[in-house]
Design a protein around this ligand. Sequence first.
Ligand SMILES: Cc1cc2nc3c(=O)[nH]c(=O)nc-3n(C[C@H](O)[C@H](O)[C@H](O)COP(=O)(O)OP(=O)(O)OC[C@H]3O[C@@H](n4cnc5c(N)ncnc54)[C@H](O)[C@@H]3O)c2cc1C
Length: 249
Amino acid sequence: MISPNSAHAVAVSELRSTMQGPVITPSDDDYERRRKIWNGAIDLRPSIVAACATVSDVQGAVNTARKHGLPVSVLVGGYGWAGQSLRDGGVVIDLSAMNQVVVDPQSQTAIVEGGATAGDVVAAATEFGLTAVVGTMAKIGMAGFTLAGGYGPLTPHFGLGLDNLVAAELVLPDGSYLSVSATENADLFWALRPWVRCAVCSEGVRHHNGVGARRTCGDSCARVESERRSGCRAGAVLERRHPARKGNC
Ligand SMILES: Cc1cc2nc3c(=O)[nH]c(=O)nc-3n(C[C@H](O)[C@H](O)[C@H](O)COP(=O)(O)OP(=O)(O)OC[C@H]3O[C@@H](n4cnc5c(N)ncnc54)[C@H](O)[C@@H]3O)c2cc1C
């Protein structure tokens, strides 16, 4: 029978030979920085940090962990209070290098890679005079924020972060890659709200006019469009109109 230590060693060597991003272990200099999260009281020591650069890196990390019976977690901003992003002896899928944000000002949506932070999203949107529902800290992961609910200063006007999620691309525990939206694999799309065990590689979020300003929603918040993009990017906007309010909303 293969011992846990040799399982780790085989897993590390498999990942290093297949992944584009770096694979970090406790003997690497970068290890302590990689496992540091916001809540300093959490002291969990994963055995492998798979710093993914591509979707196929994520799939490889999931498959390798499953094959060797290693626990998996997903880490982005590290702002989860309870340290759910780390598992003792496990494989951490670190998505923080997958942080691209592409804004489509026409549809007022953004395609946000799974490792982008709220700050990345706001910075990209600001260039177009748009913003998104985000929380109080720029370094919080946008996917983690959204999937955990996501409340912020704009919530009274535009709802929770998850209300603004229009589509997502996922890697499931069996390593498969799936697009979800209200019209595609809809059951899984709605299940994202109370969390599912998968890695969100990208998400489409709705943007709004007015950066930090109180502006009327009008029709800017209502748009019907759906689009799919290739690779790890998808954006789909559902028809949804925010409740009409008198005056500024
Ligand atoms: C100081 C502080 C301020 C906060 N302020 C707010 C606030 O204003 N509004 C608010 O709504 N929340 C707030 N939060 C809570 C925060 O939004 C959530 O804890 C969020 O889940 C953190 O995401 P993260 O990526 O930064 O953290 P992580 O610890 O990296 O991740 C948190 C959880 O999300 C999972 N996860 C993250 N990204 C992905 C992904 N791409 N695919 C799959 N799973 C993923 C991780 O596995 C983990 O279970 C705050 C938290 C802290 C500590």
